[in-house]
Design a protein around this ligand. Structure first.
Ligand SMILES: [Zn+2]
Length: 406
């Protein structure tokens, strides 16, 4: 590709190919929606994705040790990973859904069904980006990995950590295909769970003065935790940190002075905060009041039977403004639609917490899904946006290599 005219011609071909393959892509998404795939139970959805990755002609298709579905195209130097997750949030009350959640319905160009917005509607276009690349023979100095990821809803980043640390695959850049409504997401807030425990002394409730009430000990601790927020730092992009007490528990014995009490805190982080820095902050507040604080482990069992437990700490990230990854995404958007994409950050956490937040791999978000429908009975995806996203993902690897040569 030498000129702007060549690029426009290429963008037109990619767009045309995305239209030609659209029915196949929509059918694949419908199949994925029909397959129930709660976190840790993704086996059948992974199988179906592997089958599609073979059908569209990936050079290599496999399941890694953590049970992620993977398809590879090309063998070039620049390793690009597209990540979309196959597990879905659980259905709270099926009666609230306008259509049965596992029966995809298409109306006015919109598909309804569980996981369409989070995140199967991101998986289908990355698989079909592969199909477009294969159809057009769009090769360059890249290896593209298409990942139907597992475990994201309960423990984002854990399955990606396994791919990179256990299976030894080290991408140069990661594109996270979660809901962004066709805008680019150059960062995300992190999150962390903290537990605080108080210990008292049990006694018969008829003689409370013989005991020590652990729930009453927790009250000043909770007040102090609430007051911490006033002094939280503020970030120009992410705003202020936030935290909320989300759980409280104690012994289930209504006629006994409680000997223990435990609370959970959900803390939202900006980029750069560490497990140690957050824990120290909380400890400084709760320890003088007699509380004990720690970051618990998130238990995780893969559908392949592996334990991947790890700390419930999910750091945020912010991509450099000068990153070639961002430049290539903008070049792709510009080539396809004649203008740069809007740029923002995610308030929620994704698999990029590992790739960017822990491993330091430049990561960016782009997806056709709309965040307002995620985890709701109105779960849906605009199929025209999904088609356009497939064109975006297909053109991107080529323009990323082009960007590196600039
Ligand atoms: Zn998601």
């Amino acid at each position: 590709m030498n000129t702007r005219k060549d690029l426009m011609e290429l963008a037109r071909e990619v767009n045309n190919a995305s239209r030609a393959l659209n029915n196949q892509m929509v059918n694949f998404l419908a199949d994925l929606v029909r397959i129930k795939s709660y976190t840790g139970e993704e086996g059948p959805a992974v199988e179906r994705t592997l089958q599609e990755l073979k059908t569209i002609g990936c050079d290599k298709v496999w399941m890694d040790s953590a049970g992620n579905a993977l398809g590879q195209i090309g063998t070039g130097r620049n390793l690009i990973l597209f990540n979309g997750h196959l597990d879905t949030n659980e259905i709270a009350d099926e009666n609230e859904w306008p259509h049965p959640p596992l029966e995809p319905v298409i109306k006015n160009g919109v598909m309804y069904g569980l996981g369409t917005s989070d995140c199967k509607g991101g998986v289908a276009p990355i698989v079909y980006a592969g199909a477009i690349i294969k159809t057009l023979g769009l090769s360059d100095d890249f290896t593209l990995l298409i990942m139907g990821a597992t475990l994201e809803e309960d423990a984002e980043g854990f399955a990606l950590r396994s791919l990179i640390e256990k299976d030894g695959i080290k991408p140069d850049v990661v594109v996270i295909c979660e809901a962004s409504d066709m805008t680019l997401r150059v960062g995300q807030r992190g999150r962390c769970e903290i537990r605080v425990h108080t210990t008292g002394k049990a006694a018969h409730a008829s003689h409370p003065h013989h005991g020590e009430n652990a729930i009453l000990k927790m009250i000043p601790i909770m007040e102090a935790i609430e007051k911490m927020k006033a002094a939280f730092p503020s970030h120009p992009v992410f705003g202020k940190d936030d935290q909320v007490i989300t759980l409280i528990s104690g012994p289930h014995t209504p006629n006994t002075v409680p000997s223990w009490c435990e609370i959970a805190i959900d803390r939202r982080l900006m980029s750069g905060e560490t497990m140690d820095s957050i824990l120290k902050e909380i400890q400084n507040v709760v320890e003088p009041l007699g509380g004990h604080a720690w970051i618990p482990d998130q238990p995780v069992l893969t559908h392949t039977g592996q334990r991947l437990d790890g700390p419930s700490f999910y750091p945020g990230f912010l991509l450099s403004e000068n990153s070639p990854l961002l430049a290539a995404c903008q070049a792709t958007h510009q080539a396809l639609w004649g203008k740069p994409a809007e740029v923002d950050v995610w308030k929620f956490s994704t698999d990029a917490t590992y790739s960017a937040g822990v491993a330091g791999i430049p990561s960016i978000g782009f997806g056709p899904q709309e965040a307002e429908y995620c985890h709701t009975p109105e779960d849906q995806i605009d199929l025209e946006k999904m088609r356009k996203a497939a064109a975006f993902y297909a053109l991107f690897p080529f323009l990323y290599c082009h960007e590196l040569r600039q």
